[in-house]
Design a protein around this ligand. Structure first.
Ligand code: NAD
Length: 476
């Protein structure tokens, strides 16, 4: 499979020839990595029909047969981890250590977690309250929702797709997946992995392609659930298009990382480094705003600048590189524009600030205020914008003063104070003394406000991919 250097649409158990190819290049050095043949809207129709045809039979299989296939997928994924990691790094520019983490810690184990969770997914039996009779029982069960239309971003190209794919297949849904145009090769490798594991034709279909293919998929009348991870702007369009379908939306973030006056500053700095520069800042859970208590700000900034300067920036395939390029020109342009606008309004670049090609220096920006674009919007680049505050109420108000609500973090030596902060910050995840870029794969993940709707992972994922059905029994 290592020689799969042309990504093609995978429909009904076959990779299909889709005509002309375009090159896929590395964001680090522009070198050609492979090619992709893009699907068009006619492929969407064929793929959804294949998924629909396969779904009933797939759902009717004994659950243990589906689970056995998931374990076969796990085994193959573990064998191919290194190949996947290398391809992800070449296509999207994340460091090889980050790509390996994506595969080993997240993507592969979704097969196992989905297999375990589906076997323990339970319904309920309720007593009836209607008409004061005791002769009825209500069974609450879950049935597979049907065909899932999945649209994914490039920043965790295999992991994010694997969550929905493994849980959907576990529970008896079938999937039509449109990956990001920036990561077609690693995603085609994942489709091939499922084929090699023996999943039957039609249960997973993968359509390389652009936004038009995505639109055709999410608006298709025979798609029952839309699972989308990506930017808030595109999520809003998809929510309108897919209005009457079951919707899972995992969108952008603008997370605050709050450093209180009693925080362990070294710990807060380490968390800021991970929060701002992991994957060159291109995580939905990135620390997008660093809120520091005025009394410790100078000390914090000095330590942050020293730690940032120590990062090794360069070739993402080198084992010791800490930060590689950003993925594409749109990401770079937004990051540069946010920094420039902040500078125009009085913020100061105290480290970094420049870019060459798609390599943007890790940057520390001070004097940032809540009205600046960099504080209001998701920047998605390697920048630590530092804002200061005077008391806890101000920190909460600024932390919540955003249309996003994905992840927040607070640093304090006083756990009770941290707890109170966690209760007051209206984000889907609040971390006390841990970086915003920390996730647990068995905890509900998702955002409030315009960061999305619904929660993924574990049984929350199964809830999203099934329909609740009640069956009423009259016993007399
Ligand atoms: P994006 O929104 O530009 O694209 C995501 C996917 O949507 C791609 O496959 C793209 O081709 C497709 N698409 C674009 N327009 C479409 C349309 N009109 N209809 C259907 N599909 C369409 O996002 P991206 O640049 O790939 O990823 C970065 C964004 O994703 C960031 O905002 C980040 O915060 C977010 N993200 C969120 C999470 C989360 O779990 N909340 C995780 C990762 C990334």
């Amino acid at each position: 499979m290592s020689d799969l250097l042309v990504a093609r649409p995978y429909i009904d158990g076959r990779f299909q020839d889709a005509g002309t190819s375009r090159p896929v290049t590395s964001p680090f050095d522009g070198r050609k990595v492979g090619e992709v043949q893009e699907a068009d809207t006619s492929h969407v129709q064929v793929a959804v029909e294949a998924a629909r045809r396969a779904q009933r039979e797939w759902a009717a299989l004994p659950v243990l047969d589906r689970v056995d296939l998931l374990y076969r997928g796990l085994e193959l994924c573990r064998q191919r981890n290194d190949m996947f990691a290398e391809m992800i790094t070449k296509e999207v520019g994340k460091t090889i250590r980050e790509s390996r983490e994506e595969m080993v810690e997240y993507a592969c184990d979704h097969f196992r977690r989905a297999a375990e969770d589906v076997l323990r997914y339970r319904g309920q039996v309720l007593p009836t309250t209607q008409e004061r009779t005791s002769s009825k029982r209500i069974l609450v069960t879950h049935r597979p929702a049907g065909v899932v239309g999945l649209v994914t971003p490039w920043n965790f190209p295999v992991d994010i797709a694997a969550i929905t794919i493994t849980y959907a297949l576990a529970v008896g849904d079938t999937v039509v997946w449109k990956p990001s145009p920036y990561a077609p090769l690693s995603c085609a490798m994942f489709a091939e992995l499922l084929d090699d594991a023996g999943f039957p034709a039609g249960v997973l279909n993968m359509l390389t392609g652009d936004a038009g293919v995505g639109q055709a998929l999410v608006s298709h009348p025979d798609v029952d659930v839309v699972s989308f991870t990506g930017s808030t702007g595109v999520g809003a369009t998809i929510a309108r298009t897919a209005a009457l379908k079951n919707l899972m939306l995992e969108l952008g973030g603008n997370g605050p990382l709050v450093v209180l006056d009693d925080a362990d500053l070294d710990r807060a700095v380490a968390a800021t480094i991970t929060g701002c520069y992991y994957l060159a800042g291109q995580c939905c859970t990135a620390a997008e705003r660093i809120l520091v208590h005025r009394s410790v700000a100078d000390d914090f900034i000095e330590r942050l600048v020293a730690a940032t300067r120590a990062l090794k920036v360069g070739d993402p395939l080198d084992e010791d590189t800490d930060m590689g390029p950003v993925c594409n020109a749109a990401v770079l342009d937004k990051c540069v524009a946010h920094i420039r606008q902040a500078e125009e309004r009085g913020a100061k670049v105290v480290l970094g600030g420049n870019a060459e090609g798609l390599m943007h220096e890790p940057t520390v920006l001070t004097g940032v205020t809540p009205d600046m674009e960099i504080a209001r919007e998701e920047t998605f680049g390697p920048v630590a914008p530092v804002l200061t505050f005077g008391d806890d109420d101000e920190a909460v108000a600024v932390g919540n003063g955003t249309r996003y609500g994905l992840t927040a973090a607070v640093f304090t030596r006083d756990l009770a104070r941290g707890w109170r902060f966690a209760e007051r910050l209206d984000h889907g995840t609040v971390l006390v003394n841990e970086t915003t870029n920390y996730w647990d794969q068995l905890a509900p993940f998702g955002g409030s406000k315009q960061s999305g709707s619904g929660r993924e992972l574990a049984t929350w994922m199964l809830d999203a991919l099934t329909e609740i059905k009640q069956i009423v029994l009259e016993l007399t």
